[in-house]
Ligand binder design. Structure first.
Ligand code: GLN
Length: 375
């Protein structure tokens, strides 16, 4: 079956349908990871986005029901050069096409993804549509132009959990699967779910935390009433600026309890500190982004997925920039000078990607340990 991908600026690509048939609009972005498509499909931060994979063959190791990063895929479409029909892996239970169909995600394959990515790099990420119903280029371009912009929208409300829950699953082990934590936990952590990835929760459990996940709108006073040793601010979709309720809650928590933020959590912490965020031309999405630490100048290769960034000159003297992206010099991390709070723009939990930055979970533990001693 034929399908069409149209961008709001009028560029049109013709291919064949993948996954569900239908029409979906979203901001067209690209990810350069060579593997990890299942984790990418289920990362809630992609809500509102049509994701293009630059690696030419996707789906070759199939889909299993363990390596999901959330309860369902939230992205608005999936674009690949070639989807593999014959997956081969002992953990695979279905093909990429079947998984996308089952979850109602409209995809397209057989287009020149190199040309698409070069176009996005030159013109910037923009709205688009994948359609396997309407194949008239003019009509689909018009629909892409009418799609709501990512800027200014609260997408967190679409992906957050509706009630608090306890998380006790640790990392995956060969032959055992995801292992439950049976040891007593040293630290009680409350994790704000702005669109949280499960591997963050697994890393917190592995580091010795007892984790309770709470909905994005949970007031700071309710979180403090849970008497946590630390509060985690999760990743999540869309523009951080309209998420005012989260910025207010973070402002109330600052200085009262150690804070650690990842990606959207980092942007929200910066906004709570009086900083500003802006939209990047085409974002950072992939598993090989070089990040330099300010303290010892060491470089980490990191997993990233973000379209917004913190303005380096915007946050007050209360915080310092701790990490910098070596591709474009944007802010990749910050830390408060006098109170226990820090955050990174990238993903130390990987999933998918390199583990260079896993030490940051230990840094959060050390911060909570220090505060406990002082208490
Ligand atoms: N992974 C994330 O948390 C992404 C943060 C934010 N939605 C951005 O695109 O910049």
């Amino acid at each position: 079956m034929k399908a069409i991908l149209a961008l709001a600026d009028g560029r049109v690509f013709h291919g064949t349908a993948l996954g569900a048939t239908g029409e979906m609009t979203g901001e067209v972005v690209f990810n350069t990871s060579m593997t990890g498509y299942q984790e990418i499909l289920t990362d809630p931060s992609y809500c509102g986005e049509i994701v293009t994979m630059t690696y030419p063959q996707i789906g070759n190791y199939g889909i299993n029901l363990e390596d999901v990063e959330s309860r369902q895929p939230f992205l608005s479409g999936f674009v690949v050069k070639e989807a593999c029909d014959f997956p081969s892996n002992w953990r695979s239970t279905m093909s990429l096409d079947a998984y996308l169909k089952e979850n109602g995600i409209v995809g397209i394959q057989g287009i020149d993804t190199r040309a698409l990515v070069r176009h996005i790099r030159d013109q910037g990420a923009q709205n688009g549509i994948i359609s396997s119903l309407d194949l008239d280029p003019e009509s689909v371009v018009a629909k892409a132009r009418k799609a709501p912009p990512l800027v200014g929208r609260d997408l967190v409300k679409e992906v957050t959990c509706d009630k608090p829950y306890h998380w006790d699953e640790g990392p995956w082990k060969l032959g055992e699967g995801y292992v439950k934590n049976d040891k007593p936990s040293r630290f009680r952590v409350v994790a704000y779910d702005f669109g949280i990835k499960r591997n963050i929760l697994r890393n917190l459990v592995a580091a010795g935390c007892d984790v309770t996940v709470v909905p994005a709108t949970t007031p700071a006073k309710d979180v403090l009433a849970m008497n946590p040793d630390g509060v985690f601010l999760s990743n999540g979709p869309g523009d951080p600026e309209p998420i005012v309720y989260a910025q207010e809650n973070i402002r109330e928590l600052l200085g009262k309890v150690p804070l650690f933020g990842i990606c959207l959590g980092h942007q929200l912490l910066a906004l709570a500190l009086g900083g500003k965020t802006f939209k990047l031309k085409f974002g950072h999405r992939g598993g090989n982004q070089p990040v330099q630490r300010s303290d010892d100048r060491r470089v980490e290769i990191t997993a990233q997925n973000h379209g917004f960034a913190v303005d380096a000159d915007s946050f007050s003297d209360d915080a310092i920039q701790t990490h910098t992206n070596l591709n474009d010099n944007t802010v990749e991390g910050l830390a408060c000078r006098d109170i226990p709070a820090f955050s990174v723009q990238y993903h130390p939990e990987a999933s998918p990607g390199p583990h260079d930055a896993a030490y940051l979970f230990e840094r959060f533990i050390a911060m909570m340990e220090k505060e406990k001693k002082h208490a």
